[in-house]
Each structure stands twice: as C-alpha cells, then as structure tokens.
Write a protein that binds this ligand. Structure first.
Ligand SMILES: NC(=O)C1=CN([C@@H]2O[C@H](COP(=O)(O)OP(=O)(O)OC[C@H]3O[C@@H](n4cnc5c(N)ncnc54)[C@H](O)[C@@H]3O)[C@@H](O)[C@H]2O)[C@@H](O)CC1
Ligand SMILES: [K+]
Length: 507
C-alpha cells in the first residue's frame, strides 16, 4: 500500500487498464485484492481505537463487490460486520456475484436497509465507484440519497471504497449528495475527482492501492499530480555570484486602467518578489501614477512605452486591463509580439469576446499561457460555468488545444494543461485564495519565472504550486483561511522559493 503516486487516470483509462489486466496470462483477482486492501485499512484503524463494529454498504455494481470481499475478511478477523446490500444478485457481474456468494458461505447476513437501534464504530462505503452515472440529471435520489444522508448524519469515520459514493470520479462534482469520508482507499490509480473541485472536501485521506498491477506500464498516464516533489524539479538554478539584474530578465505588465491600478501593482510586486531582475508596468491609465511609493522598485510607464523597451523577457497582460478599445488595442499588440505572454483577467475576456483577438492568440509562435478561473474559462469555451466544473479535466485540455497555449483552470485542485494533452492537477492551496488580487499575484509569479529562464510550461506548473503552497503556509500561521491577502501570498511565496532553491533538504 502506498499513499502517494503521481499518475492520475480518468474512468475511461481505468477501464482500459482493467481490460488490459484481464487479458494478462493468469489475470489477477482484482476485486478480491481490492476487498482485502480495504479490509486491512479498516482493521488497522479499528484496532488503534480497540473498536469492532462495522457497517458495510454494498451497492448494485462492482463497488459493491469490493464491499462484500472487505466484509468477509473483516468478519473472518472477528469484527462484527453488518452488511447492507442495495442491489440484486441477478444483475451483479459474475465477479461481484462470487463475492456475494462467498460472503453468504462464510455465514454473513444481508440487510436491505440500515437496521435501526444499532451502533457501529465505522462505516465502509461501497455503494458506487467509478460507475456512478455522470450524465446531467442523474443525481442520487430515493433510497441512495437517503442512505448517503443517513451515513453522513451518523458522524462516524467512513472508509470509502475507490471514491466516496456520489462524487463524480472524473469531475469531483457531487451528484446530489455524496458520502463524506475520513479515508478513501482508491484502486489501480488516482482519479481526478479525488483531487479537484469538490473531491478534496469529501474523500479525506487518500490511500492508493494499485492491486499489484504495474499500472504505468499498462497505460501511460496523460495526467499527473502537481506536488512538492515535482515542484522541486522545476526550480530556477541557484544564482551565480557574478550575476546582475539583467541575468534575471525583465517582466512587462500591461494593465492598470483607471480604477484598477491595484491589480497591476499586485502583479508587478509579485513579479519583483519572485525574482524578476526588472519589472515595468505599462499602465492603460497613462501617467495617472508616476511611482508606487510603497514599492518604488516598480517602473511605471504609460502603456505605449512598454512596447519601445528592447530588453523585455515576457509580458503579463490583463491585471486591471479593462475592456475598452484601447485595452483591446494593446492586447492585440502584445499578441502580435514575439514575447512569451501570460494572459489573465480582462485579457481573457477580450479574447472570448473578439474573434479577431482570439485568432491572433491561436496564430502565435511564441509561448502563451492562459490563467482563467471557471467563469473566464466558460466565456473562452462558450459554455456554462456548471459545464466547465462538471468536467474540469476536459475544460483545461480544451483551452490549451483551442488557443494553442498552456492553461491553468483555477479553483480547488487547479488543472494545468500543457502540450501533448498532458495535465497536472495541483495539490496545494486552500479557500484563503478566494479573495481579490490573488489571480494578479499568480500571473506576476508566472512572469517572474519566465523572466528567469524557466520554460513556459514549467513556469506555469511551478507558479501554480508555489502560489498554493504559500497560501497553505499562511493558513497554518493564521489558524485558518479567513482574510488572507494577495500581498501576503507574494511575500510568503518569495520565502518558499528561496527555501526550495537554497535549502531543499528542509522539506
Ligand atoms: N472492473 C474491475 O476490474 C474492478 C472494479 N472494481 C470496483 O468496481 C467499481 C466499478 O464498478 P461498476 O462499473 O460496476 O460501477 P459501480 O459499482 O461504481 O456502479 C455501477 C452501478 O451503479 C448504478 N448507478 C450508476 N449511477 C447511478 C445513480 N446515479 N443512481 C443510482 N444508481 C446508479 C448502475 O446502474 C450500476 O448498477 C470500481 O469503482 C471499483 O470499486 C475493483 O473491484 C477493481 C477491479
Ligand atoms: K464508494
């Protein structure tokens, strides 16, 4: 049993792996292995607290089959098991039928509903796994809705098999209601729904059991977890003693229209603090602000002057840009340049609104990076926000494909889509990031890393992870996410980047 792996598989990919495994000579008994792995997790947790009573819920599909096997092992180890089966033997797969029969042969009993006036120490949730219907309108209803709500009200630790029932395994979307698990033992590979959107709120601690399959060799993954180990491989190198400000590049930021100056300043400060040699702000509001006295290192210019600078490494377009025709003009100029671009906020809204601007983006040869939140992604892909959230993995990949760029779809479990259809799901961050200005800071961090010579894909991945990791540090320091500010993210991200580059052994 490992509690860590980097590959993430969609339901279709897991099904493919299962078929490949079934075609192996002497095919492995996957359901038996899954049930045993789950029973061992349950046993170990129950023994810690000296508890013995387990309620097992077995649903109408193979997730139920896993539950029968787990129940049988626990009963053989003298735990007191109550098993509720919601399906019918005749409609089970042959594997699941065998598990049901083995449970009955071992003297197990079956209940059709949760018995009243009994008490348990733990619940095992084997109602639905990756086979939960994800089609619109197929919400949990009737008996299943009642069961899920009852279990959640019991206030007992729940061990979910494969994925908490009611959670979409590709989307992390709750389908009407979902089991709130303390632990999820997931089989074969991690699923996107465990780590993005609502998944992390429902699955508790995730334990991966690959059922002794060599998953990576059976199916090369297209999606990965973005975590500390991966971040450590993407860092800019330690600085040379003979370096100068030119070594670390120049970031140009285009935005700051009247009334939205703060966004450009936040992005600029983030770029400065994350190591850019120079940061220029090209303000749409012209000479409205000559200097930021709290951050005088920022070089403030009317926007047209930015395009006369010859030593820029990249442009960040969007923070406080606005939607007026002049904003559109300067965005188009940036798109026509040969510089790497980071596009956020109103730059994205302008691209979504004007097909001529979108065409400029699609035709670019230099790298472009898009950083939309779900509402911006919905505009870019011409879809509802709910459709974006219902399949965040596809939305992220479609953004990258449609606009010839790399893209991050922000929100819980941000998804970065890069070239070749590869996706990375971020594991850092918390609701403290849901406040004004944090997106501006993220775009500034991406710009800073680009200026320091990190490739556009690596800059995006590292920036997204670093931004979330800074928020996680602040959450710990403050005891919660309330009132976290964007400026604090820049400061803490700076500390973290220094630690990771110069004292990596601390982590
Ligand atoms: N196939 C295999 O090789 C393996 C499968 N395993 C387990 O099998 C699971 C997948 O099994 P299945 O494909 O049978 O799918 P599930 O057991 O997840 O669910 C399918 C059943 O749920 C019903 N259903 C779906 N959506 C519903 C809804 N909204 N309301 C009410 N009923 C609904 C379906 O009609 C079907 O009866 C995995 O998650 C895993 O737990 C493991 O045993 C490992 C090996
Ligand atoms: K389940």
């Amino acid at each position: 049993m490992r509690n860590y792996s980097t590959a993430v598989y969609t339901t279709a990919e897991i099904r493919e792996i299962e078929q490949l495994a079934a075609a192996l000579p002497g095919p492995p008994a996957l359901m038996e292995k899954a049930g045993l792995a789950a029973a061992e997790v349950a046993r170990d947790r129950l023994l810690i607290y000296g508890r013995t009573r387990v309620l097992v819920l077995a649903g109408p599909g193979n997730n139920g089959g896993d539950a029968f096997a787990a129940a049988r092992h626990l009963q053989a180890w003298w735990f007191k098991v109550t098993l509720v089966f919601t399906g019918q033997r005749s409609t089970l797969s042959s594997d699941a039928q065998r598990m049901l029969d083995a449970w009955l042969t071992a003297g197990g009993k079956i209940f059709s509903g949760i018995p009243e006036n009994e008490k348990w120490d733990m619940v095992i949730d084997g109602l639905f796994g990756i086979g939960l219907d994800h089609h619109e309108g197929r919400e949990l209803a009737g008996q299943y809705l009642a069961l899920v709500n009852t279990v959640n009200r019991m206030n007992l630790p729940v061990l979910a098999l494969d994925i908490p029932s009611g959670l979409g395994s590709d989307s992390g979307q709750v389908r009407g209601a979902a089991i709130r698990a303390a632990m999820t033992v997931t089989f074969i590979g991690l699923k996107p729904g465990l780590v993005t959107h609502q998944g992390p709120e429902y699955c508790g601690e995730i334990l991966l059991d690959d059922l002794d399959l060599n998953t990576l060799s059976l199916r090369e993954p297209a999606s990965w977890i973005m975590d500390q180990l991966l971040a450590q491989t993407l860092l800019p190198p330690p600085r040379s003693a003979s370096s100068h400000k030119g070594t670390y590049g120049s970031v140009g930021i285009i935005g700051g229209s009247t009334g939205m100056m703060g966004a450009a300043l936040l992005a600029g400060t983030a770029a400065l603090k994350l190591g850019a040699g120079r940061v220029y702000l090209g303000l749409i509001a012209g000479k409205a602000l000559e200097v930021d006295t709290t951050q005088p290192e920022l070089m403030l210019r009317p926007v047209h002057e930015i395009f006369k600078l010859d030593q820029l490494s990249c442009l960040v377009v969007g923070p406080g840009l606005g939607m007026r025709p002049d904003a559109r003009f300067w965005l188009s100029s940036a798109l026509e340049s040969t510089l790497p671009l980071v596009l956020d906020a109103d730059a994205l809204n302008l691209i979504a609104t004007h097909s001529s601007v979108a065409n400029l983006l699609r035709k670019r040869k230099a790298p472009s990076t898009l950083t939309p939140h779900p509402a911006e992604a919905a505009r870019l892909l011409n879809m509802d926000i709910s459709a974006i959230q219902n399949d965040r993995m596809a939305a992220a990949a479609n953004l990258a494909k449609k606009f010839n760029c790399c893209a991050v779809l922000k929100g819980g479990g941000s998804i970065c889509a890069v070239s070749g259809g590869k996706r990375y799901i971020n594991t850092s961050g918390n609701p403290g990031l849901s406040s004004a200005g944090t997106g501006d800071v993220l775009s500034g961090i991406v710009g800073a890393l680009l200026a320091q010579g990190v490739s556009s894909e690596n800059a995006l991945l590292l920036a997204v992870y670093l931004h979330g990791a800074a928020a996680d540090i602040l959450l710990k320091q403050q005891g919660g996410p309330v009132g976290m500010t964007a400026s604090e993210i820049s400061n803490t991200a700076r500390n973290l980047l220094n630690q990771w580059v110069y004292s990596p052994e601390i982590h």
